[in-house]
Ligand binder design. Sequence first.
Ligand SMILES: [Zn+2]
Ligand SMILES: [Zn+2]
Length: 378
Amino acid sequence: MRALCWVAADELAVREVPDPELRNERDVIVRVRRSATCGGDLPLLAGRDPLLRTGDVLGAEFLGEVVEVGPGVRRHRTGDRVVVGTSVACGGCWYCRQGLHSCCDNAHADPASVDPDWGRSDAGCFGRPRAAGGFAGGHAEYVRVPYADVGAFRVPDAVDDDRALFAADAAPTGWLAAELGAVRPGDVVAIWGAGAVGQLTARAAVLRGASRVLVVDRHEDRLRMAERHSGAEPLDYRRTDVAAELRDRSGGRGPDVCVVAVGAPPPDRFGGRSADRPDARREAVHACRKGGVVVVLGAADGFVDAFPLGTVTDRRLTLRGARRPDLRDVPMLLDRMARDELCTEHLATHRLPLEHGPQGYELFRDRADGCVRAVFTP
Ligand SMILES: [Zn+2]
Ligand SMILES: [Zn+2]
């Protein structure tokens, strides 16, 4: 089959790779219909993950049709249209039973490879190298989905592929951010980053009853999109004093909940080392009201120095983080999609055949041509 493979730093190629096969009785094979670029791919694309290997198949977010079913699978049949959650989780360990699929203890093919860096391995993830379980991703014609009863979800007929695709990762991540922030009716919520996850965090906050949702970014088109589709108020940080605006629009206190959804761009952009732009995490901590919650989303942020820990203790802030979503919210989000409460298809600003995957990733990486997400069809 054909698949979009990592070749070297900033180099991807569509290559012929072996078809996936059922390996365990709880596996299914999915024929991919759509797959999307993901912010977590960018550090990989740049070659910043030492465990990445030439030939690794990328693609954390995908949707397709079940074409083969292992004998231990209960919930899926051939022909089912499914969206597959980005986290690979066993469904039976202590963490999975708490609904913390992203912390699963059993779904990592090589936990020893990450223990020294991360303390403990977390769940596996599609389209990530050995550091995240070594599971081949969805930028391919077919994907092996382990623990399919846990991680694959039937898509209601009322939800089309373009919308359901984002129930794999971007929508549950946005929902999780609002949940970790404990967003309550009447809250003022500020979000740094107007990419897909930032926009869906904004939408989740609105659905949970936030009275004001503010999105901070420098890309006019994304800010407009966030405003139109989620009801957020845009703040262009090139033109506004963000801290003053946030205080102003929250009764002088600062937002109740601050979410950092800027992804993990190269260190010179948001890493706090560039002179023209303060670190988004630091800005969020400084802006939050006393007793508020700061949620940091991020893949492979590693160590961030000069973090304002003093502000966290002085202001009695709660700091929470997540790297990828759990699986428990996917059915609820698909229901909301079926009721048109949650729309996501506008995020797919670029639709390309899988063959044009390398160009799609260039657009996505450079945020060129208004690209929020590129979606590939094999
Ligand atoms: Zn993602
Ligand atoms: Zn588990």
